[in-house]
Design a protein around this ligand. Structure first.
Ligand code: EPU
Length: 419
């Protein structure tokens, strides 16, 4: 198992280029199953979740050609199988998108119950509700979900909860359905807009993505022969913004969309940092200890849960006592126990945590408890005095491309040790 060895403290300085968005890529890849033909996807992040998805698509009959490290061609002309390997699909969360795609394309799907980061209960009742509303019969048994339908029929779907995954899955299932589907109380994250843009480029008719009402007029077929570039990763960009603040550094973040980061920018300014917007890049710098703050995670455009642990590292060293309320996931404060090993003073209970700011962290052996926690703990290692060994970094490799290389270019003393 690999580990990262980090020696700090370092003030991060320089430029970093953001990769394509993980959470858009893991929805666009299964969406290619809806296309009877060939399409090209550019700006794919080189991460293990993308590689895993490509492996699964191949087992279903798609032909994948890697054109470069970040660009692939997928030929989904012949989909020979609608039963995805339970072993592979149960390893990560986004495998649930195979349900919407295979149902839309073939009228049937079998997928292992999704795995992924342990963030507490991760129900999929809203996905099932959407498929059933469109006419499918859905069964959950023996660790897998099976869905079947003769013809998907457009309908109105009201989401009881704002869910990224259920919104995208409902779109995937509705694209080739007969008639019009309306999704009310839809999620509005940038990757939802990106999936809709991808499908529209391939011939779908989806309107309103990015608002809470999405309308999908079913089309007979999606054509291929088109290329699409994945949107820059909002969460990776936010991770480096917060790394700049935590390390009292100065980072220019290239290839990002500043308006996707508005609420992070606002929080950084509130705690004393500076953010300059250059259209497709931003510069973030900080030269003092952050002030205390209160943060509540919310669906987009609110403060994202996927940047909560990174903000936790910043607030663990703020001047005064801060508070974070996590309103999306039940169990996203496991990283606080690791930060406390480094001298932080955090009390987490249920969905809230109190951060009594300390003036410095010290290096320690620590464990990445999930993907975003892992990124946050790298930042903690960079700003801490002394050496940190970070274990369980396969979580981080699932969603961040070349993360230690990117931090090294910013001046961090960080090495991957293969054990
Ligand atoms: N929920 C339900 N029922 C459902 C679906 C969701 O109750 O059928 C609840 C969840 O339990 C949660 C809330 O609704 O409390 C929001 O969940 P959502 O469905 O939006 O999450 P997701 O689609 O499973 C995606 C990202 C997560 C990110 C969340 C929230 C992907 C592959 N994953 O998950 O990303 O935290 O949206 O923004 O897109 C990550 O990248 O580290 C990560 C965990």
């Amino acid at each position: 198992m690999d580990k990262l060895v980090i020696s700090g403290p370092t003030r991060l300085k320089g430029e970093v280029t953001i990769s394509g968005a993980k959470n858009a890529a893991v929805a666009i890849l299964p969406a290619t199953l809806l296309i009877e033909g060939v399409c090209r996807i550019e700006n794919l992040p080189n991460i293990s979740d993308v590689k895993m998805y490509c492996k699964i698509l191949e087992t279903l009959g798609a032909k994948i050609t890697w054109l470069s490290e970040h660009e692939i061609e997928i030929d989904s002309s012949n989909i020979s199988c609608t039963q995805a390997s339970i072993d592979l699909t149960s390893k990560f969360r986004a495998s649930y998108y195979l349900l919407g795609s295979l149902l839309g394309r073939c009228g049937q799907a079998e997928v292992g119950l999704p795995g992924g980061c342990n963030l507490g209960a991760r129900p999929i009742d809203q996905h099932i509700k959407a498929f059933e509303a469109l006419g499918a019969k859905v069964e959950v048994a023996q660790g897998k979900i099976t869905a079947k339908v003769k013809r998907l029929i457009g309908t109105s779907i009201y989401m009881d909860i704002v869910s990224v995954g259920a919104t995208i899955n409902a779109i995937l299932a509705a694209v080739l359905a007969d008639g019009t589907t309306t999704i009310d109380n839809a999620a509005k994250e940038p990757h939802i807009v990106d999936v809709a843009n991808f499908l529209n480029t391939m011939g779908a008719d989806i309107r309103g993505a990015g608002t809470d009402v999405i309308k999908i007029n079913g089309v007979k077929k999606l054509h291929g022969n088109t290329s699409y570039s994945v949107v820059p990763d909002q969460i990776e960009a936010g991770t480096f913004m917060l790394a700049a603040v935590a390390s009292k550094g100065d980072i220019t973040i290239k290839n990002c969309i500043p308006e996707h980061l508005d609420c992070i920018t606002a929080k950084i300014v509130e705690i004393g940092g500076t953010v300059e917007d250059y259209g497709d890049s931003i510069r973030v710098y900080m030269n003092k200890r952050p002030t205390k703050a209160t943060v509540k995670t919310l669906p987009y455009p609110g403060y994202p849960t996927d940047l909560q642990p990174q903000m936790g590292v910043v607030l663990s060293m703020a001047n005064g006592t801060s508070m974070i309320h996590e309103s999306i996931w039940e169990s996203r404060f496991q990283y606080t126990a690791e930060l406390n090993k480094m001298g932080a003073k955090i009390t987490a209970q249920g969905k809230s945590a109190v951060f009594e700011g300390v003036s410095e962290l010290t290096g320690a052996p620590i464990y990445a408890t999930d993907l975003r926690a892992g990124a946050a703990l790298i930042i903690a290692g960079i700003v801490a005095h002394g050496d940190t060994q970070l274990y369980n970094i396969d979580h981080i490799d699932r969603g961040y491309e070349n993360i230690e290389e990117k931090f090294r270019k910013l001046g961090a003393n960080i090495q991957r040790v293969v054990e």
